[in-house]
Write a protein that binds this ligand. Structure first.
Ligand code: NAD
Length: 332
């Protein structure tokens, strides 16, 4: 297996770059890493991988990316936190071109296993109206009422994976990621998600002597957050598994945004006055991952405590922030 050619798309981004790093650590020798961003802007760069800068919205480029590959991790997508996906619905939906052309290319190039990163944004909004949520089971995606734009694209692409498996025999595997965070993730610029945004704001206040923190919404919405190492482990286990139906891959440690801020303040050793912005994008009221299906197939589920993951994330963002303050090049 270590000599098989593995394709990772979206390799210039957070999860893709971290997956390439992890595959290298395990001794995989032939990794093709593909992203649309110029190589200089990739979050993690490995000269010993085959690095290709390609726009995977076209079929031609997907064929270039997939040729000779036995396993494909398709992580390329236009995405970001709530602020980004609420204001870029058309752009998010255009990721359907990536998934369509990658599936066709995988079929035509004889790929053996194909992973698609779906999202908890596929779930029916009606089932996420209460911050005291009942965790979402996979069947709660239907009847469909996904997050507009981004979520509908993911749901449609999930179904394409299913039909490519049924009609063409391509072994597709689909995981619904629930909020992934960690070092090497986007932490500034508009696409960052809540854990990184809160770390950055707390660092900014601590470094500048600020006394306040702005929080999108009322602080009462709840989510679970999965540390990157759990995401990488689960992703690879799911691809290797017999799990043909979409499966949740998320932490089940539910926290409110206020609790998330408490944790980051605790790590930073500061206490800030909270200024709530109820009109800012904030998504559904509550969402958690039911991991019954994952556990029953893999005997495993994400377990890295939020506090532990946040410490590592905070420390990485702190370093990036300070680099930027000194005029050095920071990541993301
Ligand atoms: P990311 O934005 O850091 O990485 C995605 C990468 O895809 C980017 O580097 C981007 O340049 C690349 N890309 C976009 N369009 C492309 C194109 N046309 N051709 C080639 N590359 C292109 O995001 P991430 O957090 O690493 O997410 C990876 C995958 O996981 C995405 O499919 C995302 O929807 C999914 N996901 C992530 C989360 C999360 O919390 N991070 C949650 C649910 C689902």
């Amino acid at each position: 297996m270590r000599d098989d050619l593995i394709l990772v798309t979206g390799a210039g981004g957070f999860i893709g770059g971290s997956l390439v790093a992890d595959l290298r650590r395990q001794g995989c020798k032939r990794i093709r890493a593909v992203d649309i961003k110029p190589f200089g802007e990739w979050y993690q760069k490995f000269e010993d991988a085959e690095n290709l800068v390609l726009d995977l919205e076209t079929r031609e480029n997907c064929l270039l990316a997939a040729r000779g590959a036995r396993r494909v991790y398709n992580l390329a997508a236009n995405m970001g936190g709530m602020g980004f996906i609420e204001n870029n619905k058309a752009l998010c939906m255009l990721s359907v071109l990536i998934n369509t052309h990658m599936l066709l290319a995988a079929r035509d190039c004889g790929v053996e296993r194909y992973f698609f990163s779906s999202s908890a944004c596929v779930y029916n909004a009606e089932k996420q109206k209460d911050p005291e949520v009942t965790s979402l089971k996979e069947e709660d995606a239907y009847p469909a009422l996904a997050e507009d734009g981004y979520g509908w694209e993911k749901l449609f692409s999930e179904r394409m994976c299913r039909h490519f498996r049924e009609d063409y025999g391509l072994a597709t595997r689909v995981a619904r990621f629930h909020n992934v965070y960690g070092p090497h993730g986007t932490w500034d610029g508009g696409r960052e998600k809540a854990p990184a945004a809160i770390c950055r704001k707390v660092i900014q206040a601590k470094v500048s002597g600020g006394k306040e923190i702005e929080i999108w919404g009322t602080g009462e919405r709840t989510r679970s957050f999965m540390y990157i190492d759990d995401c990488l482990k689960g992703t690879q286990m799911i691809l290797a598994s017999g799990l043909t139906e979409p499966v949740n891959l998320g932490s089940s440690e539910l926290v409110s945004v206020n609790r998330l801020v408490d944790l980051v303040e605790g790590i930073a050793g500061v206490k800030l006055k909270r200024v709530y912005l109820p009109g800012a994008p904030q998504g559904v009221a509550g969402r958690n991952s039911d991991n019954t299906r994952l556990r029953s197939h893999l005997g495993w589920e994400p377990s890295i405590p939020l506090r532990e993951g946040l410490e590592k994330t905070y420390s990485w963002i702190y370093d990036q922030y300070m680099k930027r303050q000194r005029g050095e090049r920071a990541l993301s």
